[in-house]
Design a protein around this ligand. Structure first.
Ligand code: ADP
Ligand code: GLC
Length: 541
């Protein structure tokens, strides 16, 4: 049953030149969601105008990205980075991309101010046919169109995610509203590309309630960024809020053990293609250890499962143009400039200022996924007078407190920044010598890619995307990008860090070569965007 009852919201505020259009726009007519409404004026992504039609690969493909976060509007982790950077990389591959997001209240005002009203309508949602307001606010930026689904009842919270009691209704609404909005805008993409469980019901709605409507001509792809989160809850709640027919609540689609229903499971079953963000994770999730209860389901759907390794946006992550660094640098002067950035970081954080210390960074959500119990266990052994540890992250209070404890115990050598701060992240990537990513599992991981781009050597566990992107350093051939360990054991992590320290302190010329090699490694989105484009063409030749 509905968790909270607030009045249906008023339409979102309308800005300047669009005010007149908004006044004339249709308001709150109760119509079936799947039926296309009078279209609002079309705004197409100016990708060709930006990049030049001839330079782009042919043919053009149109794609609707549907997901719950996107930098710089809202980001809690790597999903936000991907939703920002991949559409841009795709528009350079001649894809016309619309990104569909919830219009959360926490989106900074500067972006709210740039959104223009695109239209609104009423949409049936629940099994008893309750009707909800769907507003569409649009922002066109650098060749990508962002359409924000507006409804204050669902999206007025401070954070995008609260708990599943609230989040199940929120993302049922969002998944259905995204498709209804595409029909409403009369924009019928070749591909509907869904991301994570929050968009899990999109492929299901597409082939059921929206079958026979224009948007159903699209093929659907669902990308797994993190299988740990699935939208798994009592089936009664999903039945009520999704309004989906009973026949879908079977063990091949939405039902799971113990009377639960699973939004991600349904999306994986109904999508035309499943991707995940590295090849190793694509294999791992078919095993019980990494499969989070869906390994059998994924083995069944394996013929349509692919791994495509993420990239990073190299214009944001560019150590030469990064305005947040005291000493910008490239591969030619990294050795000297990194020392300056290191000293500035030490001064900012109250660490002992010494360019010869080995500074290890850790930038992460503080959760069990990230291998922090291993870090906790060995931290005292790291602090030997030559080593400093800088943590940046928020999350589980246990880890927040334990890193604060270490900061107090090892003053001048450990700094715990228990906060989310993009600027500080840039300074740590630039000022640290090594970055720790000892994850229990890691679908792709972006921090090791950013670190390499900033000449900061990754120390990682060989799992998921970490395995696919960090080649172990070979002290005999001098090849590789970082230091790695395989089994999830604290002493293996300590050993990997000690191997890195040995090269740093005793073979500095080899260390410097490693740093330069990392900076030159291609970690951009270009390769992944080409693979996604090929997939789109495979589904829509
Ligand atoms: P995940 O998505 O599992 O959190 P990723 O490595 O894919 O991990 O992405 C993490 C992203 O979030 C990176 O861009 C990283 O720099 C950023 N990040 C994580 N924690 C913080 C923090 N406390 N402050 C600033 N940025 C952070
Ligand atoms: C998830 C994963 C992370 C991945 C990111 C972007 O949050 O935990 O490994 O890099 O999504 O795909």
């Amino acid at each position: 049953m509905p968790a909270k009852k607030k009045p249906v919201t008023e339409p979102a505020p309308v800005k300047d030149e669009t005010k007149e259009a908004a006044k004339k726009a249709p308001r709150k007519r109760a119509v079936k969601a799947a039926v296309p409404e009078t279209p609002a004026p079309e705004v197409s992504a100016p990708a060709a105008a930006v990049f030049g039609e001839e330079a782009l690969p042919q043919p053009r493909r149109s794609v609707a990205f549907i997901g719950s976060e996107c930098y710089p509007f809202v980001k809690t982790g790597g999903l936000g980075d991907v939703m920002y950077a991949l559409p841009r990389a795709l528009s350079r591959q001649n894809c016309d991309v619309k990104v569909i997001l919830p219009r959360y209240r926490c989106i900074p005002q500067q972006y709210q101010d740039k959104m223009v009203y695109r239209g609104d309508f009423m949409m049936d949602l629940c099994s008893d046919g309750r009707s909800f307001f769907v507003g569409i606010m649009e922002y066109v930026w650098d060749g990508v169109v962002y359409d924000f689904i507006d409804n204050e009842e669902f999206f007025s919270w401070g954070n995008p995610y609260t708990d599943l009691v609230e989040d199940i209704p929120k993302y049922c609404f969002f998944s259905k509203a995204a498709l209804a909005a595409l029909n409403y805008m009369d924009w019928h993409p070749d591909i509907v590309h869904c991301h994570d469980w929050q968009a899990g019901l999109v492929p299901v709605y597409l082939r059921t309630e929206f079958a026979g409507t224009p948007v159903a001509n699209a093929k659907s792809i669902i990308t797994i960024h993190n299988l740990r989160f699935q939208g798994l809850f009592y089936n009664e709640r999903l039945r009520y809020w999704s309004g989906l027919p009973d026949y879908l609540f079977n063990y091949d689609v939405l039902l799971q053990d113990h009377g639960d229903a699973n939004m991600f499971k349904g999306g994986l079953a109904y999508a035309d293609m499943i991707t995940t963000v590295s090849n190793t994770y694509a294999s791992e999730i078919q095993t019980p250890f990494y499969g989070e209860g869906l390994d059998a389901h994924l083995r069944y759907h394996a013929p349509k499962l692919r791994g495509i390794v993420n990239g990073i946006d190299c214009s944001i992550w560019n150590s030469l143009t990064d305005p947040l660094l005291v000493a910008p640098y490239d591969a030619a002067d990294v050795t000297a400039k990194k020392k300056k950035n290191k000293k500035a970081l030490q001064a900012t954080l109250g660490l002992n200022i010494d360019e010869d210390k080995f500074v290890i960074g850790l930038i992460s959500r503080l959760t069990d996924q990230k291998g922090l119990d291993l870090v906790n266990a060995i931290l005292p052994e790291l602090i030997d007078g030559n080593t400093q540890v800088v943590v940046l992250g928020t999350g589980d209070p246990f880890y927040e407190d334990s890193f604060r404890y270490y900061e107090n115990t090892y003053k001048g050598s450990v700094c715990a920044n228990i906060m989310y701060d993009e600027g500080r992240a840039h300074q740590i990537y630039a000022g640290a010598d090594a970055l720790l990513v000892p994850s229990l599992f890691e679908p792709c991981g972006l921090t090791q890619l950013i670190a390499m781009r900033y000449g900061t050597v990754p120390i990682v566990r060989e799992t998921g995307g970490l395995k696919d992107t960090v080649e172990p350093y070979n002290m005999y051939t001098g090849e590789g990008n970082g230091f790695t360990f395989d089994r999830y054991e604290q002493h293996l992590l300590l050993d990997a860090i000690n191997r890195a320290k040995t090269i740093y302190f005793t073979e500095r010329d080899h260390w410097d070569e490693l740093v330069v090699r990392d900076m030159k490694k291609d970690v951009s989105w270009d390769n992944a965007a080409k693979q996604y484009r090929a997939l789109y063409l495979e589904l829509k030749p």
